[in-house]
Design a protein. Structure first.
Length: 735
């Protein structure tokens, strides 16, 4: 009998199926010849199917080099299922192994399978595709479990669905039990639904509930039982509930992260091309949306879209060139894109700057010279002021820009940050833009409003005092946040990027950004791949961003880092692990689709209360004295041991275990080697007064999403558990 690996493929539908031993083809199976990497199944009836990818590798190694990507594709729903295959996916060399993916074909449509085999160095293991096959689910089972949205607000009426399928030749009567799971193990019943199914029938059962006052991560759970109450199948899908989108924010790249045919950076495209994309997106919105959100991205940022980032965030024209980048933009296109995001529960964030940049602001300058900053000689403090035609030159399209620009000039200059009336102008533009487009928040680039230069009467704006400069900048940011939330409500999110290195130059303003649930983005991490970076060693990287994150969270804010610009797969793996384990949020260059085993974005969506609740999750102050960890190899845990007070008053000790990188430095190993999994990791906790530890749990996404009760041993005033295996990252919870 073939040796097999048990690898779970996290599907968009949230349904999981492990690898099965190779065997005879079932009745009704469609399959391709040996070696064929694609299988076009044609139009399949609505139903639940199993796609089997039979693969073989010539040797094993401790590496996360991608060997293939397994895809199930349907129209309008590309990569309905997707999984990276690496040498870690196999338990034996030269042995056929079946990777079986269940997917829900929610409408009669074309389906094709594709094993996208990667070109690898000759030194890497070589992959062979033995066979691709497809069949209907042979029994009664669940299709998609769909919460309706990836993110809800509190007290919002929610509506999802669960698909049930009868793959047998006989009518079936079953019971569908519905529930919500949240926190560590809280469960709320949503009732039982009797379901009768004809042979081959797929039925969608609607699910409704109100999110209530509870926030953080949830799972919609569906359990299918027969007449005797025996469980036939179970599925779950994850979503968030939060008023503050920064609190649970995940933004990634790759599938499902972008609006189809949506607006974005472009090379000054012709208006006709943008209008075509508008019509395509409108056609997408006119159709029922597929019940899936792919990779757990729950908000999107629109970068450099406005004609001018300070005084013109609510354009009067239908099309324009953006002040940053000269992209061709459209009012309708942006409105449709945000409508698409909101329908899926994703939120939309506008990008802006704390200074004037773009077209048309010289007209504002003519009317209100007092709003701007000047040089010592009384000239406008321009970073640049030039004809846009000279900048873009030969890159112009045949249409040319002049029909769209508000002015032939692009202005880039600072405002007088000490004047709250000019900050109010920015507030009003953001308010108008919110009502025009539907923004849920704003992220500033390039830090806070700078108290720079001289006012129009020749007085130094900061009075020559660094303390006064900091005071002005903090006041301006506080005014902005308070006015936006007065105008748009307390859930309108506000943040900026201002790396931890720069806290010393304006500590009051830096701290002000983090208060009241603000977002602090750090961009410097993206260059940590460089051997010249002071953070190029993994130990320096984690120490630096752990310190920064703790500073942000101590002020009540949410910390975010941009992923590496350059990386090997092993670097991408650990940038994911270390972002989430350190309670930070991801932005760009981070995605969950190409990880070797588990789906960390799914994990953090479900268990965000244990990581991102900055009010109730704190570092364990005496971790080294109270916690002991013994493993078969090195393990990182000391910076990631936390304590949490639950809403019910329970105390949870959260001990994160990380199997560290094999490499000392980031972006240094094209062979993508990793350490062997840690075995039998012993974790003990010394109790303190008031502790009443009654249970322990193991939570992990490696290799699949699991929550397992661990046997708890007591010795004196200590409790201990043993974790059988840690692949890359696992969490032990003493409760």
């Amino acid at each position: 009998m073939n040796k097999v690996t048990t690898i779970i493929l996290a599907l968009a539908a949230g349904l999981l199926l492990g690898a099965l031993p190779s065997g005879a083809a079932p009745v009704g199976e469609l399959s391709g010849p040996p070696g064929q990497t694609q299988l076009a199944a044609g139009t399949l009836p609505a139903g639940v199917y199993e796609a089997t990818f039979r693969l073989q590798v010539n040797r094993l190694e401790q590496s996360v080099t991608p060997l293939a990507t397994l895809n199930v594709n349907v129209p309008g729903y590309p990569q309905a299922a997707l999984k990276q295959i690496t040498p870690l996916s196999f338990t034996a060399a030269n042995t056929p192994t079946d990777f079986v993916v269940r997917f829900d074909n929610f409408a009669a449509q074309n389906v094709d399978l594709w094993a996208d085999v990667k070109k690898v160095d000759a030194s890497a293991p070589q992959l062979t595709v033995e066979k691709l096959s497809l069949r209907p689910l042979p029994g009664v089972g669940l299709g998609v479990v769909w919460p309706g949205k990836i993110m809800y607000k509190r007290q919002e009426d929610a509506q999802g669905l669960v698909a049930v399928y009868n793959g047998t030749a006989q009518p079936q009567a079953v019971t569908l039990r519905l529930a919500l799971e949240s926190d560590l193990q809280r469960r709320r019943s949503l009732g039982d639904v009797p379901v009768k199914l004809a042979p081959g029938e797929r039925r969608e059962v609607p699910v409704k509930w109100n999110t209530g006052a509870e926030q953080w991560g949830f799972a919609l759970v569906a359990t299918l039982a027969d007449a005797a109450g025996k469980t036939l199948d179970e599925g779950r899908e994850y979503f968030s509930v939060s008023d503050n989108m920064w609190a649970v924010g995940i933004t990634q790249q790759q599938r499902g992260s972008n609006v189809p045919n949506g607006p974005g950076p472009n090379p000054s495209s012709p208006v006709s091309q943008i209008q075509q994309a508008e019509d395509q997106l409108a056609a997408v919105l006119a159709k029922p949306q597929p019940p899936v959100y792919w990779n757990y991205t729950n908000y999107a940022e629109y970068y450099a879209w406005a004609p001018e980032d300070f005084f013109n965030l609510a354009p009067s024209t239908d099309h324009w060139y953006s002040g940053t980048g000269n992209y061709t933009m459209s009012k309708r296109h942006l409105q449709l894109a945000i409508q698409y995001l909101h329908r899926r529960g994703m939120r939309a964030e506008t990008y802006t700057n704390p200074f004037v940049i773009g077209y048309g602001s010289e007209k504002i300058f003519e009317k209100h010279p007092e709003w701007f900053a000047y040089q010592a000689d009384g000239q406008l403090a321009l970073s640049s002021y030039y004809e846009k035609k000279l900048e873009i030159g030969e890159h112009l399209t045949t249409e040319g820009p002049w029909g769209l620009q508000l002015s032939p000039y692009a202005l880039l200059t600072n405002i007088n940050a000490s004047r709250l009336d000019v900050i109010e102008q920015h507030v009003q533009q953001l308010v108008k833009s919110h009502y025009m487009f539907g923004w849920d928040g704003v992220r500033f680039d390039n830090a806070v409003y700078p108290a720079f230069g001289y006012d129009w009467q020749g007085h130094k704006i900061d009075g020559g005092s660094p303390a006064r400069k900091d005071q002005i900048e903090a006041q301006a940011w506080r005014y902005l946040r308070q006015r936006l939330q007065q105008e748009l409500g307390p859930i309108f999110a506000v943040g900026t990027n201002d790396d931890y290195e720069f806290r010393g130059r304006n500590p009051g303003a830096w701290d002000e950004v983090c208060k009241n649930g603000g977002l602090l983005m750090e961009e410097v991490p993206r260059s940590s791949y460089s051997p010249l970076s002071v953070n190029n060693r993994w130990v320096d990287y984690i120490a630096r961003y752990h310190e920064a994150g703790e500073a942000v969270r101590a002020l009540g804010g949410h910390h975010l880092t941009i992923g590496f610009d350059m990386k090997y797969p092993v670097d991408h793996l650990y940038s994911n692990v270390l972002t989430y384990v350190d309670r930070t949020h991801p932005y760009a260059n981070i995605n969950s689709d190409d990880l070797p085993l588990g789906n960390y974005a799914a994990f953090i969506t479900r268990y965000s209360a244990l990581y991102w609740d900055v009010e109730h999750v704190k570092l364990l102050p005496d971790a080294e004295q109270r916690v002991k960890v013994a493993a078969s190899g090195p393990v990182w845990w000391k910076d990631y041991a936390c304590v949490r007070q639950t809403p019910e008053g329970k105390r949870q000790y959260l001990i994160n275990l990380v199997n560290p990188p094999a490499q000392e430095r980031i972006y240094s190993d094209p062979t993508n080697k990793v350490r062997a999994p840690l075995q039998n990791v012993a974790v003990s906790l010394t109790l303190q007064a008031g502790d009443q530890i009654t249970a322990a749990y193991l939570l992990s996404a490696d290799p699949t999403m699991t929550r397992t009760a661990l046997p708890l041993t007591r010795a004196g005033n200590a409790v201990s558990v043993t974790v059988p295996t840690v692949w890359f990252w696992s969490l032990v919870v003493f409760e």
